[in-house]
Ligand binder design. Structure first.
Ligand code: ATP
Length: 322
């Protein structure tokens, strides 16, 4: 569905001058320096995948999305969306994609939301029946009726994001590009947006590429993550695989009625910490399974409560960027 082959993007910036009248001399300077925002990135995303595209600030995430959406031209490489080139077949690609930039709205600032939708209907040549169908579906899923007649500039950030998502999906594109769709939202608004994205991915099989700095977005939504840094692809794998590759220990916490008399040793257990009645066991899933630990722990005392915890994505990402 989405195909990127060896894509690159360089920006050329004027070299800043130093000393007297630096800004004026920079303005008239012809000396340029190259910034490689994206450097030889390739990936292929199948229909219905939900992929997290993550990296630190300035890694090249937005630049990639802009190239996929046809907003920027790659300096090198080939892109195909549903078989079409965003650079050469813009109209066909426009029907294949919906784009949401969390930092910016694609709606008309002074117009009521409904009017923006009607302009989009005309722009995308959506027939009335299909338009009504989309509106009905999204009004319900995103509670649009609360603010359909409100000018966009008066919407809260959460409402604006819901309106932007509906706008991106009005023409029923199979692919969604989302650049930080939960940025600045409170927990309730984030939960709502995530539930909506999960729904359209699962029921409508939309292919979604998401950039975010919010690790909860990744954990709750994405089955695959592509990690980039300094414009280069560092990793492309499932979350489970990533956890495994990084080798962070899994954790099981057992609360006992009485603290165990001693800490027993077992192959695969990396360390144990006892705090009052609660024993935290850090272990390597590749060497010992959690049921085996629980079976052993039953002999160390009377367990009252058990909690399992996988290493958090935030911890994992910190290790990759290091
Ligand atoms: N229009 C532009 N002109 C010059 N340089 C640019 C332009 N757009 C992006 N860059 C540079 O390209 C690099 C990648 O930027 P990009 O916005 O793609 O990063 P990002 O991963 O989306 O970062 P963030 O998480 O901060 O949004 C940065 O060094 C940035 O300064």
């Amino acid at each position: 569905m989405i195909e990127a082959k060896h894509i690159e993007k360089s920006f050329f910036l004027t070299k800043a001058k130093e000393g007297r009248f630096a800004s004026l001399r920079t303005l008239f300077s012809r000396e340029r320096r190259e910034v490689k925002a994206v450097h030889d990135i390739s990936f292929s995303i199948d229909r219905g995948e939900f992929v997290g595209y993550i990296g630190p600030n300035g890694a090249g995430k937005s630049t990639t999305i802009k190239m996929l959406a046809g907003i920027l031209h790659p300096s090198q490489g080939e892109i195909r969306i549903g078989g079409y080139s965003p650079q050469r077949e813009r109209i066909q690609v426009a029907s294949q994609i919906g784009v949401v930039f969390g930092q910016r709205t694609q709606l008309w600032w002074d117009l009521p939301v409904r009017d923006s939708f009607e302009i989009l209907q005309a722009m995308y040549k959506i027939d009335d029946k299909a338009y009504r169908r989309s509106m009905e579906a999204y009004q319900e899923l995103l509670d649009l009726h609360e603010f359909l007649d409100t000018p966009v500039r008066k919407l809260s950030l959460g409402q604006r994001m819901r309106a932007d998502l509906a706008a991106a999906l009005l023409h029923d594109p199979p692919v969604l590009f989302l650049d930080e769709p939960t940025i600045g939202l409170d927990v309730v608004a984030k939960t709502r947006i995530r539930a909506f994205l999960k729904e359209v991915n699962q029921t409508q099989k939309k292919t979604i590429l998401l950039t975010t700095h919010d690790m909860d977005d990744i954990e709750q939504l994405c089955n695959r993550i592509i990690v980039i840094n300094h414009g280069k692809k560092m990793m492309d794998t499932s979350l489970a695989n990533l956890r495994h590759q990084i080798g962070l220990p899994s954790l099981v916490r057992i609360e006992f009625r009485q603290p165990p008399e001693k800490l027993y040793e077992l192959e695969g257990i990396e360390r144990m910490e006892l705090s009052e009645n609660v024993l935290s066991i850090y272990f390597d899933k590749g060497k010992i399974s959690s049921p085996r630990i629980l079976a052993e722990a039953a002999g160390w005392g009377e367990p009252l409560d058990i909690q399992m915890k996988e290493p958090g994505i935030e911890e994992i990402i910190r290790l990759i960027y290091r």
